[in-house]
Write a protein that binds this ligand. Structure first.
Ligand SMILES: O=C(O)c1ccc(O)c(O)c1
Length: 289
């Protein structure tokens, strides 16, 4: 049987990818940020997953205002890094896991979540920057990500976006789906995006360290309570793009049941850093006990 053993949460700021691609990680501006991921890169080697289920948002790259799926699961065999205006990032292609992805789609749709199936798409910084942060530099031609990845895109760009409670419930459904797959696979689920940032308008540049750290506390200790938080609180406190944090509740919902007496997941790593471009970077690694 397949199992979700751990979850990873991280921001996915595009400038982080550019800093890696342009060899700037040891510059004074970037060095403290990348230092926060030294532990994570070693942890990835020590806890190598068979598959990563990667929750992220597409930034009008594969989708556009023409077509806005709330939840889209990648069922393809591979995905190319997207051209977001400066050419594709020099990182390896992303190998998918069509068998597990199709199984999760079957199970989750039968659990009454309507997923869009995506058999072809390019993946943008929302997906490739977390991989780069967690796995380090990879040669685009000879290198490879450590394992297959199932991309799971969530609409947090155009309202209405899914509620926190729906995201937690979806995480639970994904866990159930994974546990009904009959191959022995070690699966990690990642929630990406956030933390506080606002890229436009009068409040552009907004950062809210206190609120971000409270969010991390609640995500660890009280995800059911956090699931009740309305969208307006995210947007008021963490800026218009802070709403991306609702995706972290999908990964948290997929961990050992948030409402059961099971022990809380172990916090293997916690990191917070401001700024990376216009964004507060938050990062957690939780392990099921
Ligand atoms: O801080 C930034 O520059 C920035 C830009 C685009 C994004 O999608 C993002 O999450 C952050």
């Amino acid at each position: 049987m397949a199992r979700i053993t751990a979850s990873v949460y991280t921001s996915h700021v595009p400038a982080i990818g550019a800093a890696m691609d342009l060899g700037k990680t040891q510059e004074p501006y970037w060095q403290p940020l990348f230092k926060g991921y030294d532990f994570s890169r070693q942890w990835m080697k020590d806890n190598k997953p068979d598959v990563i289920f990667l929750v992220y948002n597409d930034h009008a790259t594969a989708f556009s205002l023409d077509c806005i799926p709330t939840f889209a699961i990648g069922t393809a065999a591979e995905y190319q890094p997207a051209d977001e205006g400066w050419g594709p990032r020099p990182v390896p292609r992303v190998v998918g896991h069509p068998e597990l992805a199709s199984h999760i789609a079957q199970s989750v749709i039968q659990q009454d979540f309507d997923l869009t199936l995506v058999n072809r798409m390019d993946v943008d910084h929302g997906l490739t920057v977390p991989l780069s942060l967690m796995c380090g530099e990879q040669d685009p031609k000879t290198g490879a990500w450590p394992c297959p990845v199932i991309p799971f895109a969530v609409n947090v760009v155009q309202y209405p976006v899914p509620s926190g409670q729906r995201c937690v419930n979806l995480g639970r459904a994904i866990r159930k789906a994974v546990e009904s797959y009959d191959e022995d696979l070690n699966v990690h689920i990642w929630g990406t995006g956030g933390m506080s940032h606002q890229l436009q308008g009068a409040r552009a540049g907004l950062i809210n360290k206190e609120w971000d750290n409270r969010f991390l506390d609640l995500l660890i200790e009280n995800p059911s309570g956090l699931a009740q938080m309305p969208h307006i609180d995210y947007v008021r406190e963490a800026g218009s793009e802070g709403i991306e944090l609702v995706m972290w509740l999908i990964a948290r919902g997929a961990m050992s049941d948030v409402d059961s007496p099971a022990p809380l997941p172990k916090v293997a790593h916690r990191f917070y850093h401001v700024p990376a471009s216009n964004t507060a970077v938050g990062h957690l690694i939780l392990e099921n006990q």
